[in-house]
Design a binder for this molecule. Sequence first.
Ligand SMILES: [Mg+2]
Length: 185
Amino acid sequence: MQPVQCVPKLWELLYPKMYVPSVVHIDPGDLYDRGIRCVLLDLDNTVVPRDKTDLSPEVADWIRRLKEKGIKACVVSNNGPERFRRVSGMEDLPTVCRAVKPRKHPFRKAMRMLGAAPEETAVVGDQIFTDILGGNRLGLYTILVVPMPGKEYWATEMFNRRLEKLVLNRIKKKFTPGGLAEWEK
Ligand SMILES: [Mg+2]
């Protein structure tokens, strides 16, 4: 007889569906084929280093390719709107700032703004305990990227990254060496 599974599988809330070195490794065509029509994008160290204000040409091109594919994007950031305004190249994207991820509310708000259903929405971010946990709590398609090099918020470095090390070791085992492949459930 199988034991009754009453306790939520906490680990699974921390696992992304995909783990890639950077956003430019996410193929918009592949997302589209998976039924994804909206992407909720983290800002700092996901699309732009936290201490920089310009998108790299590669990331700007990736955002352009998302749009060309018919995939809408919204920035969901725990940082404030003044930080977002300093970043050039994303002016036309809607934003949810001071999001307090992993709360569900900012993701729901972003989906409402885009007119997106959960099953057609992906979350892309560099932090397990904000981006991935928040997206998984709502059943969204979560994609973890390796953080861009650069200065981190002190609390991120002190708490989140230390905890992440424990989880990352398990996540890496779920992916092929190099961490580039889709996690097979
Ligand atoms: Mg981030």
